[in-house]
Ligand binder design. Structure first.
Ligand SMILES: [Ca+2]
Ligand SMILES: [Ca+2]
Ligand SMILES: [Ca+2]
Length: 453
């Protein structure tokens, strides 16, 4: 069966899976929200960031005559932040406080691009620029918005309400502590490569290491203590993570297409990284952690019953841009059914049932049949096609995942907490049977080296 020629079949499977998932108890623990345009807007929406608590996404969206910054939350939906008076209608929100209450970014005023801060009580105010014609972009804010940092030209600025904007060296602020006292970022003027920076009022700018050399001159994304850095090796086209203990570690790539991955955000604890990678169907969002490695966000979403939410979108031009501190809530952008930028927030299930291809709430031999039918396939269709570990390919690793989960089922009406392995008398026999089947399949599958991308 060729997946690319069986689109209708694929959609049918996904839709049936979604219906089954919706009908089983607790089956929709994962959350999905899409945001397409502001009231009065009609075109596109891009997302740039998410608050540490996972409550609020920020970005910019097309409106009549330009584009404006917005924030999005579950109850409020998309709310436009407006723009600075004068000049083009063009503002973008780039940063958000940990609790989702303060946004920072840039707007256009008369002839210049100026940094802004937005709060509920004061709305959008201009933070100015260090020097006329330098322009300024605000990137990070303290929890209460009383300290903001960003760049003006090649300089870092610090802004406080009574002192205005002051220069704090030549570097790019990327992370600020909630009280505004400590800022991490990186300098681009350290010889051939970049250097991570910690700044406090007492010490000023201090270099704290980071991946060395010309290969790591993509933007750096830092954990809240500055000790873990995600970026990209521009020579090998691979997303990487750096700590002083482990040095540079590659995050690899999704199967299919060319080798390419790019990191766009990291959690405060440095454990989880999101970005995009080229798989068999083009560029798609990934989520990476040490335990699972790189996984396709779309495949994970399908595996958690969300496949129907984006079944019509044009995949292959999609990227994740932010991740909350829970390591589960991700914001990303894709192209919708009309080819317009749509943004979404997904909160993944922290205790998903894994290996359930037919979404009937248990992991059994019927799920293995789905795996067997698609063995050797590269695709972006997740568990319905046997990709239980969401890495974009159906292979023996998925069999191992299935075997490990075999016999688990969703809690029934009895209200059991979590997913419980259910020992069944028939299990041993079925596993023996399927192991036999697996060895047959492996022999059959060994001839399928040339996958279609
Ligand atoms: Ca690839
Ligand atoms: Ca099942
Ligand atoms: Ca897989």
């Amino acid at each position: 069966m060729q997946i690319k020629t069986g689109q209708w079949y694929m959609r049918l499977i996904v839709l049936v899976s979604v219906m089954l998932a919706a009908s089983s108890p607790n089956a929709r623990a994962a959350e999905f929200y899409q945001f397409r345009h502001l009231p009065g807007g009609n075109s596109y929406t891009l997302v740039t960031n998410i608050s540490a608590d996972g409550s609020t996404a920020v970005g910019y969206s097309g409106v009549e005559g330009g584009e404006t910054a917005y924030h999005w939350a579950r109850e409020a939906g998309m709310v436009g932040l407006g723009d600075l008076p004068g000049g083009l209608i063009n503002s973008r929100a780039l940063g958000v406080s940990a609790d989702g209450k303060v946004m920072v970014g840039y707007g256009h005023a008369e002839d210049s691009v100026l940094a802004f801060r937005w709060t509920e009580s004061n709305g959008m105010i201009s933070l100015g620029e260090l020097d006329p014609e330098l322009g300024a972009v605000a990137e990070v804010t303290s929890l209460d918005g009383s300290v903001v940092a960003g760049t003006s030209g090649r300089y870092a600025f610090l802004w406080r309400p009574n002192e205005g904007m002051t220069e704090i060296g030549s570097w790019r602020p990327r992370v600020m502590s909630d009280d505004g006292s400590t800022i991490y970022g990186y300098a681009t003027d350290a010889g051939d490569g970049y250097e991570a920076i910690r700044w406090t009022a007492d010490t000023g700018r201090v270099g704290i290491g980071g991946p060395q050399g010309r290969d790591y001159r993509s933007p750096w994304h830092l954990s809240e203590d500055g000790a873990t850095i995600a970026t990209r090796n521009t020579r090998t086209n691979e997303a990487v993570v750096w700590t002083s203990q482990s040095g540079v570690v590659g995050l690899s790539d999704l199967p299919g297409g060319r080798f390419f991955s790019k990191a766009n955000a990291i959690t405060a604890d440095g454990s989880t990284i999101v970005g995009s990678s080229i798989g068999h169907a083009g560029e798609v969002p990934f989520i990476w952690d040490k335990v699972h490695g790189m996984r396709s966000l779309f495949a994970l979403m399908i595996n958690q019953g969300l496949g129907g939410e984006f079944a019509d979108w044009r995949l292959g031009n999609a990227r994740a841009w932010g991740i909350a501190d829970d390591g589960l809530t991700v914001v990303a952008g894709a192209l919708d059914e009309n080819g317009l930028e749509v943004s979404f927030l997904v909160k993944l299930d922290d205790t998903p049932i894994i290996g359930d291809a037919d979404f009937d709430g248990d992991v059994d031999g019927f799920d293995l049949i789905r795996w067997q039918a698609n063995l050797g396939m590269m695709h972006n269709q997740g568990a319905p096609f046997g990709d239980f570990n969401a890495d974009g390919i159906t292979n023996e690793k998925d069999y191992e995942v299935w075997l490990e989960s075999f016999g688990t089922r969703r809690p029934g009406p009895e209200g059991l907490a979590g997913f419980v392995p259910v020992p069944e008398p028939a299990s041993a026999g079925l596993i023996t049977l399927t192991l036999g089947l697996f060895s047959v399949i492996r022999r059959k599958g060994s001839g399928r080296e040339n996958f279609h991308d």
